[in-house]
Design a protein around this ligand. Structure first.
Ligand code: ADP
Length: 456
């Protein structure tokens, strides 16, 4: 900072790194350190990397505007406030801007709800080239609280986020990669075991409990809900949504994509290509079911199948009939699907983040196998997809309202045929084959989507 600045006893300032573009501050050289209004102050991070998250109401006349802020803690300080009470406060460092000039200052956090000014500018924040004119006010350009009403993705501060991964497998490849990517970008991230969460359902103070206490406030939750945990996992995600936490995929979107019947119906309704499919439970009309799927050969799938485990090919009419009869006897939901022969043991997985395909792989089955799942010994290689495939993947994910998903499709003579949209797609196959850092792309999507300004 070079130019001289004159400050009156009250001035408009901004703290850009905290996402606070307009604050009316009282300049008070009687106080040593600057102080900022903060409620719901919660420390997080580790001893090596201490952070603090707090809520600030920038406009004293409008308590409905809440800004969620977070910053690195540089210390704690005992401060005696104007009413004589001493209080231990967190100290953070953040750049202060006045009229285009910016310099770092130390700020203590305290509840200033009852004070007229949400910020106090103390003498340690005043530099040599500043001239204080106690008899004047607003010597610098005035700002407006209206900036908090503008939705801007561009000027969002990159603040340290507190992120939780809801998972039953904290140590798997995908989670390890996301943890690495989030930490490299300055965030604090931890795994929460879905099945260990418990909740009280009420509308005034929804919370998620874990190991005997309520979980702290997270900025974002990454649901990684396995098929065995769908029902309970959705309830936990829904609870986080009720608490106002940004969830990478919503509970209802996870539910719709996980339910193969529902997903197929929604995709068909929106004219997305998929293999001719018939659903059945215990209909006696075996022949009719096979005809609906287009006649033999057909693929019969248990609705609960994952990793290709409940997927069987019936090459002849006879085989198809006995297979459908056998599945019927199981009293399980199943579907019968036209066998897309020309896909010949391969499928395409498009990884979609925020409405864009960020990587795509072709999975090929082992010789003699038609299922290309990696769990069935298939292998993956990077593939260039057609614009039709790209459009289908993006549209499927949009219709199912997912932010992150893997779309599996078959290449047929009549265009892409969608098999499944996976709301917790694994990262290992796609990252290894494409050499792309998909985990970082996911974390960047979270940074772009977490809202810091909230209207309550
Ligand atoms: P799962 O959910 O258990 O993985 P999928 O429906 O994805 O079941 O099927 C597993 C694999 O079987 C697919 O990846 C694909 O290679 C093959 N497959 C599934 N359906 C068909 C079909 N209708 N035609 C040809 N191959 C299929």
């Amino acid at each position: 900072m070079t130019e001289n600045i004159s400050l009156g006893w009250e001035e408009w300032v901004s703290l850009p790194k905290l996402g606070l573009p307009a604050i009316k501050a009282k300049v008070d050289t009687g106080a040593r350190t600057s102080a900022l209004h903060a409620v719901a102050v919660e420390p997080f991070g580790s001893e090596r990397n201490p952070q603090v998250r707090f809520i600030m109401h920038p406009n004293p006349d409008d308590p409905h505007i809440e800004v969620v802020c977070s910053a690195k803690v540089i210390g704690r300080r005992m401060v005696v406030s104007s009413n004589g009470e001493s209080e231990s406060r967190f100290v953070i460092e953040s750049p202060l801007s006045i009229n285009g000039q910016t310099w770092p200052i130390n700020i203590t956090l305290t509840n200033r709800e009852t004070m007229g000014y949400r910020m106090l500018l103390g003498r340690s924040s005043i530099t040599d080239n500043m001239h204080i004119v106690p008899s004047s006010s607003f010597l610098q350009p005035e700002l407006s609280f209206d900036v908090y009403k503008k939705k801007s993705r561009k000027n969002k501060p990159l603040r340290p986020l507190r992120i939780g991964i809801l998972t039953q497998e904290p140590h798997n490849y995908s989670n390890r990669q996301m943890i690495k990517a989030a930490e490299a970008r300055g965030h604090v991230i931890e795994c929460i075991e879905t099945s260990r969460c418990y909740m009280a359902i009420n509308n005034h103070a929804p919370a998620v409990h874990y190991d005997g206490k309520a979980l702290p406030r997270f900025d974002a939750i990454i649901p990684r809900i396995g098929t065995k945990m769908t029902f309970y996992g959705m309830a936990v995600v829904r609870q986080f949504e009720m608490m106002g936490v940004y969830c990478l995929n919503s509970a209802s979107a996870i539910g719709a994509s996980r339910d193969k019947l529902l997903a197929h119906q929604i995709l068909a309704q929106n004219n997305l290509g998929m293999p001719n499919t018939a659903f059945a439970m215990s209909s006696r009309d075996t022949k009719g079911i096979i005809e609906l799927a287009g006649g033999s050969p057909v693929v019969v799938k248990l609705l609960s199948s994952t990793q290709g485990k409940g997927v069987v090919l019936a090459e002849t009419k006879k085989a198809a009939e006995s297979l459908v009869d056998a599945f019927r006897g199981l009293d399980a939901h199943f579907l019968v699907q036209d066998f897309v022969k020309e896909a010949s043991g391969t499928d395409i997985r498009c990884f979609v983040v925020d409405g864009k395909v960020v990587g795509s792989i072709k999975r090929s089955a082992q010789p003699g196998e038609f299922r290309s799942n990696l769990h069935q010994g298939g292998n993956a290689e990077k593939v260039k997809i057609t614009s039709e495939e790209r459009k289908a993947a993006v549209k499927a994910v949009k219709i199912l309202k997912l932010n992150v998903a893997g779309v599996d499709m078959l290449r047929s003579d009549t265009g892409p045929k969608i098999l499944e949209v996976n709301s917790s797609p694994g990262l290992q196959g796609i990252e290894r084959a494409t050499k792309k850092d998909i985990a970082s792309i996911i974390i960047q999507s979270i940074e772009a989507n977490v809202r810091s300004v909230i209207y309550v």
